[in-house]
Design a protein around this ligand. Structure first.
Ligand code: SF4
Length: 713
């Protein structure tokens, strides 16, 4: 081949000067972060593909990851630090030096600490998440209880459910189960790796019960039994399945006697969910509930239960529903068993990789007793007790109402207003702040509100530690230099610690020094990990030992799996239920005025929040914000595909394009979130928050649908 042909084919070799360098994709959740081969020529990424040698993705990438080149070279990358010159939100800025930007931020934060107390400063993390341990430590060293994240509406509700039951996180041991109960999860949209595993398991004979509000690809391709409950009724369905299991004695009595607390009260409560009422409560016929219980009896030894990180939590009753589902693992004797649910500890950034690090100590050892509760701490006491950080969903209220104390400044990384219910309320709140700084890759609509904007770099432009399941540790090298004047988020955090002269020598030393400390229980040094250029399996990997945690005693008040939470029972002033009780998710909205059920928050295969709506390849896959509705509803309302429809709630209204879909049950309308021109979260009441977790009810609301210029319901 000629050199020209080699170049055109992007062949890495000395003639072309093209090299393959390894990094990771951090577009979506840290539970993925697939390995990437970046083809680099003259300091530019000219092609990406999955890394065959990476233990997580083995050469594959999803549509989002395959668009990494367009993502990292987006035209709206922030090029220099910026200072605001026009009104907030106008996007009028002037470039400034890093020194001026960092000195301004450090000076302002110290001023607020002196005048209003450290709690008046809020440190926020949105997307991405890789730097979070350092940001949390920065907040602690600064002295504020107000470290809060976007995980206040993602993942943590499920974690809290487990912490309530077993005082630790848990994971599904899906590859070793004989029955897989997939609840509100559709990996064909969110995790191609899980979808690939499920297909292999199905070929090997595993049975699948899939439960989802939508008729998903997982339901279509994988399910042996599919149950389709109404949004937010999952708890009632789980309690009914439990009632049938108990009534038929399809439970593990000796396991329950030995390892489970609160069974008799729980069993009595479950009796309220039965053949006579379950279809009315959930939309699922009793025969299907009974068949699910039968399958659990026939095949569920072992049974593993897997859900996506957020959908069960996004309801007014979300965390209780989650608890009710996970109780099925306890009563069938599947918790702490191979192929069931396994108790785990987090290794790094909420990833359970099977080995220990000093991450938690690193994050918290500079914490001193705080003089005030974190934001949301009084309103969501269970969250406060378990998470020991701010519940960010209460941030807009506290900024606006200034109770129990004022918030004067927010230092954010990747803030996105559109991820908050009633996004305009947060916009208004940020507008009222004395000071707002934001670091991001892109000049987002949220960053346009900042007084100082800092350019962060992508995973291709930095070095980074990442842990993976199965005992893997990875430390990347930058594959290209930081674009423009961007810097890694961790550099920004450590530089702020230095400029504020915080009493934290370790954080002031920088990211590598922090990592050396966090990874001190691991045999490999950071340098050895980086030299390897691929994830290494650490010798400290500890495989699960069956029933070891239960026999040792869990860290719950009773040492057992608590169906009845003694933590909650010991705090009657919280007004929360110790059992996984059920309440109707929509009983506070008038169905006569708002007849359609509105749901959001589900994922599309090519989108993640708002971050990919401006990536051309991905946007072409769905150019318009679409209101998905059952064709019967479209026909009844005279709505044709592509027509504009108005969705209204008491909080607001938006216009989207009608998309008839058989995946959506009649009576429901679903819209993907994060669109600039049709932000579904503008319709969501910021005060409809789960009292247990503080999570917003983005998946169960009511709305009115109006054909533009015509009929409505
Ligand atoms: S966006 Fe896709 S390729 Fe990137 S980490 Fe997530 S699953 Fe992997």
């Amino acid at each position: 081949m000629t050199k020209e042909e080699l170049l055109k084919a992007k062949i890495p070799c000395p003639e072309t000067g093209i090299e393959i360098r390894h990094t990771l994709c951090d577009i979506c959740s840290p539970s993925s972060h697939c390995g990437i081969n970046a083809y680099v020529k003259d300091g530019v990424v000219i092609k990406v593909e999955g890394n065959q040698d990476h233990p997580y993705n083995r050469g594959l990438l999803c549509t989002k990851g395959a668009s990494n080149r367009q993502y990292i070279y987006r035209k709206d990358r922030i090029r220099t630090p910026l200072k605001r010159t026009g009104p907030r939100g106008s996007g009028e800025f002037t470039p400034i030096s890093w020194d001026e930007a960092l000195d301004t931020i450090a000076g302002r934060l110290l001023d607020y600490r002196k005048a209003w107390g450290a709690q008046s400063v809020f440190f926020f993390s949105g997307y991405s998440k890789w730097y979070r341990p350092l940001l949390r430590r920065l907040a602690n060293s600064f002295g504020t209880p107000n470290y809060g994240t976007e995980s206040s509406s993602c993942f943590t509700s499920g974690l809290m459910a487990w912490e309530t039951a077993i005082a630790s996180p848990a994971r599904a041991d899906m590859k070793n189960c004989s029955l897989f109960l997939g609840w509100a999860m559709n990996p064909y949209h969110t995790s191609y790796n899980a979808a690939r595993s499920m297909e292999a398991m199905k070929r090997a004979g595993t049975k699948f019960i899939i439960i989802d509000t939508m008729y998903t690809q997982t339901a279509e391709k994988i399910a042996d039994l599919f149950l389709q409950p109404l949004p937010g009724t999952d708890g009632a369905l789980a309690l009914a399945i439990a009632n049938d299991l108990i009534a038929n004695d399809w439970i593990d009595r000796s396991y329950i006697d030995k390892y489970v607390h609160g069974f008799e009260e729980y069993a009595a409560y479950c009796r309220g969910f039965h053949a006579g009422n379950i279809e009315k409560l959930t939309g699922v016929p009793w025969e299907k509930v009974h068949r699910a219980a039968e399958m659990i009896h026939e095949y569920g030894h072992p049974m593993s239960i897997k859900e996506s990180s957020a959908p069960l939590g996004h309801h007014m009753n979300g965390m209780q529903n989650y608890r009710a589902i996970m109780a099925l693992s306890a009563i069938t004797g599947n918790f702490d068993k191979k192929g069931g649910q396994l108790p785990v500890e987090f290794t790094f950034t909420h990833q359970a990789s099977g080995y220990s690090t000093l991450e938690h100590r690193f994050e918290t050892e500079t914490r001193r007793p705080f003089l005030a509760p974190p934001v949301g701490g009084l309103r969501f006491p269970l969250w406060n007790e378990l998470e020991k950080e701010a519940q960010s969903m209460d941030l807009p209220r506290q900024i606006l109402e200034k109770t129990p104390y004022p918030i004067k400044a927010v230092m954010a990384f990747g803030m996105n207003f559109r991820m908050f219910p009633d996004s305009r309320k947060l916009e208004k709140a940020i507008d009222e702040l004395d000071f707002f700084a934001d670091a991001d890759l892109f000049l987002t609509d949220s960053a346009k509100y900042a007084d100082i904007v800092l350019p962060a770099c992508s995973s291709f432009e930095r070095e980074e530690f990442k842990s993976y399941p199965g005992g893997y540790a990875y430390y990347t090298k930058p594959v290209i230099p930081p674009l423009y004047e961007s810097r890694p988020d961790t550099d920004i955090i450590c530089e702020l610690a230095r400029r504020m002269d915080l009493d934290d020598p370790l954080l002031c030393q920088g990211y590598r020094a922090c990592l050396e400390y966090i990874l001190s229980p691991v045999s490999y040094t950071v340098q050895q990990l980086q030299d390897a250029d691929t994830p290494l399996k650490v010798p400290e990997f500890k495989p699960h030992r069956e029933l070891a945690a239960l026999n040792k005693g869990l860290k719950t008040p009773t040492g057992k799996f608590e169906l009845k939470s003694e933590l909650i029972a010991s705090h009657p002033e919280w007004g929360l239920d110790a059992l996984p009780t059920y309440r109707e998710p929509l009983d506070d909205i008038d169905p006569a005025e708002y007849p359609m059920v509105l749901t959001s928050g589900g994922r599309l295969p090519h989108a993640l929040h708002s971050r990919l709506h401006d990536v051309p390849w991905l946007r072409t896959l769905r150019p318009n914000a679409c209101a998905e509705m059952n064709p019967r509803d479209c026909a009844r309302l005279g709505i044709k595909e592509g027509e504009p429809v108005e969705l209204s709630t008491p909080t607001g209204s938006i216009t989207a394009h009608a998309l008839p879909s058989l995946h959506i049950p009649a009576g429901l309308v679903s819209l993907y979130h994060g669109y600039r021109e049709a932000n579904i979260n503008d319709l969501i009441d910021a005060d409809r928050l789960d009292p247990y977790s503080g999570f917003p009810a983005v998946r169960s609301n009511r709305c009115k649908v109006t054909r533009k210029g015509g009929c409505h319901e």
